[in-house]
Write a protein that binds this ligand. Structure first.
Ligand SMILES: [Zn+2]
Length: 305
């Protein structure tokens, strides 16, 4: 298997349109397109009459109004949040106020590791720091309504509190930003951690579901195979970093320029953080050295074999 991921960027849904993507699952796109969010954040509505909303989305009045219109006449029992980035969770407060639903998530936003002295939080990560769930949910726990059961799958890596949710009856997984068909996921310290991310890929790839609904872009089909490609791709990136460092010590911008050929300049910061995420993992495993804790400004050396 190659380390090329078979991306599928097909996506023809416009903002504000309610689309029943499979029976009993509707989706609605927020109008927040960007290089990080693709066409925007997808909010999913699970069930009929008594429904759960997955990832209510950004604090965008028009999206919230469209979402409330989509569930008019129905009872929203749960607002389920995959993770606390500002494009996924902030609308929970307004949707809860309008519906009285219970907000369910793994927990508040938190970094994957303690911040280093002087470390500035990444502007790309965009944590929703005010978010608090009404009900925390742990790996393997379920919430249910008529015709649907959602099982929480702890999938830390993109963020420390990331959860995917398996729809047991439909045999699909709402994967948030863990796996997406259009792009790799951003794993950016301090929100994200590469060792956790790789373990979470292995974990979800062992499951039987073959169709994933991500927070951005179209469905992931043939999902376990796609996950294996993603794992290979990350391993390939790690090899590229080690290969570059075998030539000489280097800083992160040098490695980004060597590894990411044809990178959209708007994504240079995100790519730098992704390389930092790999380096944190490589330093922890003793394969790479740096002075002090791995940092965005550090110089990195290949450890002597
Ligand atoms: Zn995210």
């Amino acid at each position: 298997m190659s380390d090329e991921i078979p991306f599928d960027r097909t996506f023809d849904l416009g903002p504000g349109v309610v689309d029943e993507v499979i029976p009993g699952v509707r989706r609605l796109l927020a109008n927040n397109p960007s290089p990080f969010t693709y066409r925007g954040t997808l909010t999913y509505i699970v069930g009929r009459d008594q429904v759960a909303i997955i990832d209510p989305g950004p604090a965008d009045e028009r999206h919230i109004a469209a979402l409330l219109e989509a569930v008019r006449g129905e009872t929203v029992t749960h607002i389920v949040v995959t993770h606390t980035h500002r494009d996924h969770s902030p609308a929970a407060a307004a949707v809860k106020a309008a519906t009285g639903a219970t907000v369910v998530a793994e927990g508040p936003h938190r970094p994957a590791r303690p911040l280093h002295i002087g470390e500035i939080k990444s502007q790309d990560a965009g944590g929703d720091l005010t978010f608090r769930p009404d009900q925390t949910i742990a790996d393997g726990e379920t919430i249910r309504g008529p015709g649907w059961t959602l099982e929480a799958i702890a999938t830390p890596g993109h963020t420390a509190n990331h959860m995917a949710f398996a729809h047991k009856q439909a045999e699909v997984v709402f994967v948030g930003d863990h796996v997406m068909a259009w792009s790799t996921s951003i794993v950016a310290p301090p929100d994200g951690a590469m060792s956790d991310y790789m373990a979470s890929l292995e974990k979800i790839g062992r499951r039987s579901e073959t169709l994933y609904f991500p927070g951005h872009g179209g469905p992931v089909r043939d999902a376990p195979r796609f996950v294996q490609h993603t794992i290979r791709h990350r391993q390939g990136r790690e090899s590229s970093i080690l290969h570059r460092l075998a030539k000489s010590p280097a800083d992160i911008p040098t490695m980004v320029r060597a590894i990411y050929i044809g990178l959209d300049p708007r994504l240079f910061g995100a790519a730098s953080l992704s390389v930092l995420a790999h380096l944190e993992d490589l330093v922890a495993r003793g394969l790479v050295h740096t002075d002090g804790p791995p940092s965005i400004g550090g110089i990195y050396r290949r450890a002597r074999a």
